[in-house]
Design a binder for this molecule. Sequence first.
Ligand SMILES: NC(=O)c1ccc[n+]([C@@H]2O[C@H](COP(=O)([O-])OP(=O)(O)OC[C@H]3O[C@@H](n4cnc5c(N)ncnc54)[C@H](O)[C@@H]3O)[C@@H](O)[C@H]2O)c1
Length: 342
Amino acid sequence: MKIFITGIAGFIGFHLANFLLKNEFAVIGLDNLNDYYDPSLKHARLSELKLTSKESKRDFIFIKGNLEDYALLSKIFSDYNPDIVINLAAQAGVRYSLENPKAYLDSNIIGFSNIVECCKIHKIDHLIFASSSSVYGGNTKLPFSESQTVDHPISLYAATKKANELIAHTYSHLYDLKTTGLRFFTVYGPWGRPDMALFKFTKSILNDEHIDVYNNGDMIRDFTYIDDIVKSIFLLLNKKPEFNRNYDKDNPNPSSSWAPYKIFNIGNSDPQPLMDYIKSLEYSLNKKAKINFLPMQPGDVKATYANTDLLQEWIGFKPKTTIKYGINEFIKWYKNFYKTNN
Ligand SMILES: NC(=O)c1ccc[n+]([C@@H]2O[C@H](COP(=O)([O-])OP(=O)(O)OC[C@H]3O[C@@H](n4cnc5c(N)ncnc54)[C@H](O)[C@@H]3O)[C@@H](O)[C@H]2O)c1
């Protein structure tokens, strides 16, 4: 089976492709290798993928390019004829959406629209795409469940992810395109993103620098380990949503649809106070953090917590890796990759 992954040089795309190549899939990947964070990490991930493909003798094709380039996307779909498309390429990050809104409109709106259009034209079996826990926006009822309405985003990033869900649903309804959207909850692990807390905290603590902790540390996050995300996506590949004639349109439940469209939370369902997460990190590094307490950042939410019952029901699996294990795995990778002995 041929899988086309966008954002393949990114954190999640890399892990997913690595897993699929080891498990007898052929992988085609697209990424523009942008410099939102250090592109050398993206190049290193691609080198790793080339090694895996050599060892597993599975085809791996990488194309450097933009989701916004419709002609390029069309050519990729025609040339390689993928069975399943997994759209992970996006401008990520809540805070950066206040500084550079255009990047979000280009990648997440124009780029995503190009992907669904190509999936329609080329009659792709299943489109799986990344949404985000950010769509829960101003909601405060925890845990977040897919049956809640998500009409109150508080960042442009969240608004673009919600727009992706709406566009996907429309294509599912109009063209019978089978789409599955995944609301990821703070993903972490080896090869993780340098703009995210675990990476920034680790780097600063090892360099004896202060870490910035927002809302004076009064935040709760459902941290989700990368291997659980990969396993969930793997199990979803062949679970294609189907048309549901029993859907009650008089009482529309946001968690499902008549159209072949599904939406799932993918989180650990084990929210951690941010200060406890920092304590676990200090313990693993055997070093105290110097903390710079700061007020809440605009666009950030105070708490995330995933209800994953729908996912469990659909694929018989839900994330469960402990933060103790996950943080240790991250630190092992970080120290080895950056050759630090601290
Ligand atoms: N990591 C998380 O905690 C998290 C949480 C919620 C949602 N998500 C979503 O999951 C997806 C993957 O996230 P990630 O953590 O791997 O992010 P990432 O930034 O590491 O990966 C995204 C990749 O997409 C590429 N890209 C961005 N815009 C592009 C474009 N227009 N054309 C081609 N390539 C482009 C980037 O170069 C990058 O390599 C994203 O859609 C993100 O919004 C991630």
